[in-house]
Design a protein around this ligand. Structure first.
Ligand code: FCB
Length: 443
């Protein structure tokens, strides 16, 4: 049995947390939330396992007190959550659903009552369907709609939140959803992709400006990173790996911190970016107070025939999670070091997501002994310790996720939680990994 490194093995003040997101846990069928592009994507055959959607999810909308009780009882310091745009503005713009805003108000108060720091993300993927109808992330206007939504949320919550980040994982919002077609809106179009990549960054910059103007403190960004490793020693695969890395690991962070796009990405994207994109870079590169990294896995990349970007993912030999994601903890250490060295300098860094899906089963006593997940967390927490020892200003670590939840295109099949969910009875049962964190955080 593996133990997690104890709190005392981290610097004083190092914060531990868990992360969740609105559509994945709340139950979007409740409380007057408007339809989202995830509802329509899921309703289209072939997109989501068993065509499942977030209409009920974990019913966190009604059971949130239980959930926050469990998170607090494990000794976590931070609760990273998101507000749903479509819950608060069912049409994406215009009339506010007060019931939705009241829900987040109670939720934030509930965190504070339990000693949890509310770490808010404003967008974790549930775009209101009415805005998807207008072109969603392809339409530059979304950057204004998002700024308005930011204002609505912040007018109500900013006096109590601990930190705020506009958009979770810009790569997923743009490339995964508009180039690979794996997430809503399920497009496979390079022009749509280039526009979404740019607009998601401009929306980030404008939202930060809105919040700064409102005097809101502790503003950051959350990007995901995947180590790109050449699948073989050929120069072609090395070049393909560089293109993959430029799109996945450099495009967003380079725009945010250096106000430019990497050449290896512009090679293919430049003809499809909206006219005058260069003029937006200054708005995108707003000063930030912290930066968050989501890290899960690495990819082996080979050159592939066909149009740009000409790369393909090749299966790696290493151990994998139930998602098929190769486990490579040293990648987390490498990214923490690399991001601090190349982009963020002394800025506080946080691991804002890290975790694994496992084929969790309850035993006869209703216990889930997820030792593989504990080993994954232990290895990645050690990677954080190594980064700290190398001088990286890492200030905290958040596990994905508190609860088993709606894992997007994979429906309810893939379980990432520290707490097991019976999606029939909605019963919550802490897994062994939950207890492992509780023990580590006490020490
Ligand atoms: C991240 C997402 C999160 C969850 C995990 C497994 O990319 O931010 O919602 O799906 O992956």
């Amino acid at each position: 049995m593996t133990a997690l490194p104890p709190r005392s093995a981290f610097p004083t003040g190092f914060q531990f947390g868990v992360a969740t997101s609105s559509y994945q846990i709340e139950g979007h069928g409740f409380g007057g939330a408007g339809p989202t592009h995830w509802d329509t994507f899921a309703a289209t055959p072939g997109n989501v396992v068993r065509a499942e959607n977030g209409a009920r999810a974990c019913d966190h909308y009604h059971l949130w007190e239980q959930d926050l009780d469990l998170v607090a009882a494990a000794g976590f310091d931070i609760y990273r959550f998101s507000t749903s745009w479509a819950r608060v503005l069912p049409e994406g713009r215009g009339p506010v659903n007060m019931e939705g805003l009241d829900f987040y108000d109670r939720l934030v108060d509930g965190m504070l009552e339990r000693g949890l720091k509310p770490a808010l993300t404003l967008y974790h993927w549930e775009l209101p369907a009415a805005l998807a109808d207008k072109g969603g992330w392809r339409n530059r206007e979304i950057t204004r709609w998002f700024a308005d939504y930011t204002h609505v949320i912040m007018a109500r919550l900013s006096d109590r939140i601990w930190s705020a980040a506009p958009i979770n994982e810009p790569w997923c919002v743009s490339w995964l959803s508009h180039f690979l077609g794996a997430h809503a809106p399920g497009l496979r179009d390079i022009r749509a992709t280039a526009r979404a990549m740019h607009h998601v960054l401009l929306a980030h910059g404008r939202a930060i400006k809105v919040m700064r103007a409102g005097g809101i403190k502790n503003l950051g960004a959350v990007c995901n990173f995947e180590t790109a490793l050449p699948a073989d020693a050929s120069p072609e695969s090395e070049a393909a790996t560089n293109r993959y890395d430029a799109i996945f690991n450099r495009f967003f962070v380079e725009a945010m911190f250096k106000g430019r796009y990497p050449e290896a990405a512009l090679e293919g994207l430049a003809p499809h970016l909206p006219e005058g994109w260069e003029d937006d870079l200054a708005t995108i590169a707003q000063p930030l107070d912290w930066f968050g990294l989501n890290y899960y896995t690495c990819k082996r990349i080979a050159a592939a025939p066909g149009p740009w970007p000409g790369f393909a993912e090749v299966d790696g030999a290493g151990p994998k999670t139930e998602m098929g994601w190769e486990i490579r903890p040293e990648g987390l250490q490498e990214f923490l070091t690399r991001i601090a060295r190349d982009y963020t300098g002394d800025l506080p860094l946080y691991v804002t997501e890290n975790g694994m899906a496992a084929p969790d089963r309850l035993d006869k006593r209703g216990l889930c002994d997820d030792q593989d997940r504990i080993a994954y967390y232990a290895a990645h927490l050690r990677a954080c310790q190594n980064a700290l020892a190398a001088g990286v200003p890492l200030k905290g670590y958040m596990a994905w996720s508190a609860l088993d939840n709606y894992e997007w295109a994979l429906g309810y099949e893939k379980r990432f939680g520290l707490i097991h969910l019976d999606f029939e009875s909605l019963q919550r049962r802490p897994k062994a990994s939950y207890h492992a964190f509780k023990t580590a955080l006490e020490r």
